[in-house]
Design a protein around this ligand. Structure first.
Ligand SMILES: Cc1cc2nc3c(=O)[nH]c(=O)nc-3n(C[C@H](O)[C@H](O)[C@H](O)COP(=O)(O)OP(=O)(O)OC[C@H]3O[C@@H](n4cnc5c(N)ncnc54)[C@H](O)[C@@H]3O)c2cc1C
Length: 380
């Protein structure tokens, strides 16, 4: 077992860290306050090739794997979690399923535009009455000649406000029940009948876009179907295996930012005539944060490397997300405590980190759902 990154992987991590520290850290508060990411950040992400990170080189991307993506996402999220999730969803939830399940024609049509970021991707699974129970979705896709007509409401769509291409999960069979009658469609957002609805006001990751996507008599050609008819749910779940590794990496990035802020404050803040970092209670908090973050990173890298080896990673990805997201919230809580009253104000970034960490236990499958996935695999 090799715990060292290769030279190329270390280079990817260092480039991402350099960008995040220079361009994202100074903007993170602004992104949070204005509720959006600065447009110039989208441009820099394009210049650096981060939109096409995992898209194959023949389609204009960098052709990198899940481990490199995890390294990138840890760094981006240590700088600004709103930017981090935007890149994560684009790469993991849209680029990946087209690459893994698309026809040659679909790959040629969409991957080059996704690679440059000229089209940003979004993933439309959740509905008002189908969250954890995504197999209960009711958005419909009905055949009309060779075309499909889609109707329904998707909620909580990350990147919804500016996405150019959506993967939409819709029910294509009324006879097959639950997850069995669902198909996946590639939907250009400019298609007549597609509109962006309510934008959510959120607790954290406020710079990231989260909106409804409304589908009203949306006519799609047969070529919009991704994979086989009625076999869309396995695509959604395979996609989430990769996405969960990305969210786990996000959690580590946020947790690491908490640890770094805690170390700095523990050295700077003096009470009882001494930096508070000299008190053992504070030292134990730092030790526990650092140890749990390292353990979480090992789970994330194991899941990423296993997916890169072409194996199924459902339980490994769920373990990585379950553990890393709870560690991020542990680190955020300890960081706030170390900052005392100052941590409860917006004078320090910890209050934003505390709010940002919370989402990692909810999206792409809430914590209890990860436990269900892990336990099902144990009992199978
Ligand atoms: C900011 C944000 C961004 C998002 N981005 C996207 C996106 O891009 N695309 C997308 O499709 N969705 C997205 N989501 C939706 C997200 O994946 C869901 O919110 C999540 O899966 C939980 O679903 P729910 O909110 O309906 O909660 P519910 O399913 O209603 O769950 C509520 C609670 O009950 C628990 N629970 C549910 N079922 C069980 C069970 N069987 N056993 C034990 N506990 C259970 C859950 O763990 C949770 O704690 C996003 C959500 C947010 C908040």
């Amino acid at each position: 077992m090799d715990f060292q990154l290769t030279e190329d992987q270390a280079m990817v991590r260092d480039m991402a860290r350099d960008f995040a520290q220079k361009e994202l850290v100074p903007r993170a508060r602004k992104h949070d306050e204005q509720g959006s990411i600065d447009p110039e950040v989208f441009g820099i992400l394009k210049e650096l090739g981060f939109w096409g990170f995992t898209i194959p080189e023949e389609h204009g991307g960098a052709g990198l794997g899940n481990l490199e993506l995890a390294l990138l996402l840890e760094e981006l999220n240590a700088g600004c979690a709103s930017t981090g999730v935007t890149v994560s969803v684009h790469n993991s939830l849209l680029g990946s399923p087209i690459r893994r399940f698309g026809t040659q024609a679909q790959m040629e049509q969409w991957l080059p535009q996704l690679a440059t970021g000229d089209r940003i991707g979004c993933y439309c699974l959740t509905e008002p009455n189908a969250g954890s129970d995504a197999g209960g979705l009711i958005t419909s896709a009905v055949r009309d000649g060779d075309d499909w007509i889609l109707n329904g409401t998707k909620i909580f769509v990350t990147n919804g406000a500016f996405a150019g291409l959506a993967i939409v999960y819709a029910r294509t069979s009324t006879e097959l029940k639950g997850p069995k009658g669902i198909s996946a469609f590639l939907v250009p957002m400019e298609t007549p009948g597609v509109s962006v609805g309510k934008a959510e006001k959120k607790t954290g990751i406020r710079g990231s876009s989260t909106t409804e996507v409304l589908l009203e008599n949306v006519r799609l050609p047969a070529s919009a179907l991704l994979g086989e008819e009625n076999r869309g749910f396995p695509i959604a779940m395979d996609t989430l295996d990769g996405g969960r590794i990305g969210i786990a990496a996000q959690a580590i990035g946020i947790g690491r930012a908490c640890l770094e802020a805690s170390i700095k404050y523990a050295k700077d803040r003096e009470q009882f005539g001494s930096p508070i970092g000299n008190f053992q209670a504070i030292q134990w908090k730092l030790a526990d944060m650092s140890t749990r973050l390292d353990a979480a990173r090992l789970l994330v890298h194991r899941a990423a490397l296993t997916r890169d080896a072409g194996e199924r990673v459902t339980p490994q990805a769920a373990q990585a997300k379950l553990f890393a997201s709870t560690v991020a919230n542990f680190c955020a809580d300890e960081c706030l405590q170390i900052h005392g009253g100052a941590g409860y104000t917006d004078d320090f970034e910890v209050e934003r980190l505390f709010r940002d960490a919370r989402i990692t236990e909810i999206y792409e499958g809430a914590t209890d759902i990860q436990r269900i996935v892990i336990a099902r695999n144990l009992l199978a």
